[in-house]
Design a protein around this ligand. Structure first.
Ligand SMILES: [Zn+2]
Length: 75
């Protein structure tokens, strides 16, 4: 009977150990690093929103591409 209790205790310890490893795998607690939000600008010609770094600046506003700036400003 003592041997059976010891066996059950060992099984319980192994079960708890394996369950603990599954809940917190190494490195999983770290949140993925996200890029900071980008400012979006609307194209003055078609209204498409583009990131500010990709926008083409014109005299009458910002555009999504050089073709829309040409068409809107008549260059
Ligand atoms: Zn556009």
């Amino acid at each position: 009977m003592k041997l059976l209790a010891l066996l059950l205790l060992m099984l319980a310890l192994v079960w708890l150990w394996r369950r603990g490893r599954r809940i917190a795998p190494p490195g999983a607690a770290k949140a993925p690093r996200l890029a900071p939000p980008q400012r979006m600008l609307a194209c003055a010609a078609c209204g498409t929103h583009v990131p500010a770094c990709d926008a083409v600046a014109g005299r009458r506003g910002n555009y999504c591409c050089a073709r829309h700036r040409r068409e809107a400003e008549g260059e």
